[in-house]
Ligand binder design. Structure first.
Ligand code: AMP
Length: 118
């Protein structure tokens, strides 16, 4: 079973081009664009076009879509020249620091990233 439909967020409006974004990749399943408040020299978000609220509400049948987001993120990383490495992050829920309830993969790179995260 797929995840249930969710309430609209700013990301739905970006998908519909009602809100501008610096898009770096688009295909039938997802969109990737630069984060408006970058936390690293490269900070791109990869989002599914079909909104899923979070990893916690993703369903088993969403697995291929989730995999696609990761594959696209790695391709964007390559295209943006992140040869020294990068990090993919999915914040989930309040303790995970999720602020937009439309699942998204953060691609961060362009500088050494600290560990553990805050
Ligand atoms: P999270 O805190 O994991 O939910 O990440 C949400 C991300 O969306 C944050 O890094 C925000 O800076 C980013 N964001 C919010 N609104 C926009 C927007 N209009 N365009 C691009 N990125 C956005």
């Amino acid at each position: 079973m797929r995840s249930a439909p969710v309430a609209e967020t700013i990301f739905s409006r970006i998908i519909r081009r009602e809100v501008p974004a610096r898009i770096v990749h688009e295909d039938d399943l997802c969109l990737a664009f630069h984060d408006v408040a970058p936390q690293a020299p490269v900070h791109v978000l990869v989002i599914p076009k079909r909104a899923i609220e979070s990893l916690a509400t993703a369903a088993e049948d969403d697995a291929p879509l989730l995999g696609h987001l990761v594959v696209v993120a790695t391709r964007v990383a390559r295209d943006l020249g992140l040869a020294d490495g990068y990090r993919l992050v999915v914040n989930c829920g309040r303790h995970g620091g999720q602020s937009v309830d439309h699942l998204h993969v953060h691609l961060l790179g362009g500088r050494p990233l600290g560990w553990p995260p805050g």
